[in-house]
Design a protein around this ligand. Structure first.
Ligand code: PA5
Length: 446
């Protein structure tokens, strides 16, 4: 098993009876997922995805990735939310947060269209100057403002640089199978397209072409990643598995919420966990945060943030719990050198592995926070391989679905995301939004 949950540092914060009462609720939630008869069941395509995926498209993804690797110095991945977080998390987790600066035989990968920042866009344009580029635009709806603006820019850049015909071979589009405007436009323009399945929502889509194409371009073994997800699916969808860690995680989260612990902090001890945490925050925040319910998902990177947020976690409001992702084998080794002068007084750890110090910091912090009234769950992950990443992704997805059903929400919709979009369109003067604009102008005081 690539992953194991350790709950002994959280158990003392909840009563045994509470856990016993929640366990059947969680078991029922898993049954609802498996039977596909709960809220949002049109969006459960991700459950069987690790075994029931489009094999022809999977092979095409590998071919496209090879083509991209051969024809460009840099791939620009355009997408927002679920349309980019998974790929970025995988590349940083498995390869490195410094992937673009590593010595490698794969293209640099840049993410665009995930904000409306002029600085970010103009800096990227300048970085790409003189480089051969390909673009992978990812948008299920095809109409999301942020990626749509970025796609306008990079499509025009490619056409100017390579001509219409040349650009055709460098633009790869991942979108809805048939309905969306982006699909129609791409077919007309002759771009190669990949599918975001109808029954898979953005935040559950990393194991579709949405994540797999950029991940494969980074030289990551997507077969191993799918195998990890397959093995996790076998373990966590099994209703007869009495030792189901996804159920344990969902039960513990809901029990802690019952004790007023309404913020969960995902803790990593490695910078390569940063984007994984961003992906996790979207998954849990967008799935559970509705109907005035949900646990607020936050994240930290220790030991860095022990020197900033550590104070709050140790002694601030006691409405927090932490879930620590402990990557057992981090895949690198470094020994702390001896220093004759010993100015820092650290010669007592000379010759020790740096990871030993990091893991010691983890246990020291866990106990300190626990003593300070912060329950800690730990997810022990074997390593940072593609297999383990696939396993962890599936674990979080199924636990999120179970936990969301336990809370009594639909974990697969995101109605709240529309509110800002409507306001923005009205304020920007989009035709059809005139009445709304007048109301908003009044609120703003125009
Ligand atoms: O999870 C989600 O549904 C969202 O984060 C979407 O992925 C995001 O809004 C982007 O949407 P689209 O892929 O339609 O451009």
């Amino acid at each position: 098993m690539a992953l194991k949950i350790i709950d002994k540092y959280a158990k003392s914060f909840v009563k045994c009876e509470e856990l016993a009462a929640l366990e059947p609720v969680a078991a029922q939630a898993l049954k609802t997922v498996n039977a596909r008869n709960g809220a949002g069941n049109d969006f459960l395509g991700w459950v069987d995805l690790p075994v029931n995926y489009d094999k022809e498209e999977f092979a095409r993804i590998k071919v496209a990735a090879e083509k991209i690797k051969k024809s460009c110095d840099a791939l620009v991945v355009i997408g927002i939310g679920g349309s980019y977080l998974g790929a970025r998390a995988a590349i940083e987790f498995i390869k490195s947060p410094l992937y673009n600066s590593l010595k490698k035989d794969t293209p640099e990968i840049y993410f665009a269209g995930n904000n409306i920042s002029t600085t970010a866009l103009t800096e990227l344009i300048s970085i790409l100057e003189g480089k051969d580029i390909c673009v992978n635009v990812i948008s299920k709806s095809g109409t999301t403002t942020e990626p749509a603006i970025a796609f306008r820019v990079f499509k025009a850049m490619l056409v100017e640089k390579y001509g219409k015909e040349g650009a055709k071979d460098r633009i790869f589009v991942t979108t809805d199978k048939a309905r969306g405007t982006l699909k129609h436009f791409s077919d007309e323009a002759g771009y190669e397209t990949f599918v975001v399945p109808d029954d898979v929502g953005g935040r559950y889509s990393v194991l579709t072409a949405v994540g797999l194409l950029p991940i494969a371009v980074a030289g990551i073994d997507i077969d191993a990643m799918m195998k990890g997800a397959q093995d996790a699916r076998a373990a966590y969808t099994d209703e007869a598995n009495a030792d189901n860690d996804a159920i344990k995680y969902a039960v513990m989260r809901n029990a802690l919420l019952g004790q007023g612990k309404c913020t969960e902090i995902l803790v990593g001890y490695e910078p390569y966990m940063l984007m994984m945490s961003e992906w996790w925050k979207q998954l849990y925040g967008e799935s559970e945060g509705k109907d005035n319910k949900g646990i607020f998902p936050a994240s930290v990177c220790f030991s860095t943030d022990l020197h900033s947020l550590g104070q709050y976690i140790q002694e601030g409001q006691r409405n927090l719990f932490e879930t620590v992702v402990n990557v057992k084998n981090t895949g690198a080794e470094f020994v702390i050198p001896d220093d004759e002068a010993n100015v820092d007084g650290l010669n007592f750890i000379s010759g020790k592995k740096l990871d030993y110090v990091n893991k010691t910091a983890m246990m020291a912090t866990l106990i300190a926070h626990n003593d300070g009234g912060v329950p800690n769950l730990m997810l022990e992950l074997e390593d940072r391989s593609a297999y383990s990443f696939g396993y962890l992704v599936y674990f979080f997805e199924i636990a999120c679905a179970i936990s969301g059903y336990m809370l009594g929400v639909n974990p697969f919709d995101q109605p709240g995301v529309e509110a800002y979009k409507k306001n923005m369109f009205a304020l920007l003067g989009k035709p059809g939004y005139e009445d709304m604009k007048a109301e908003l102008d009044k609120k703003i005081g125009k």
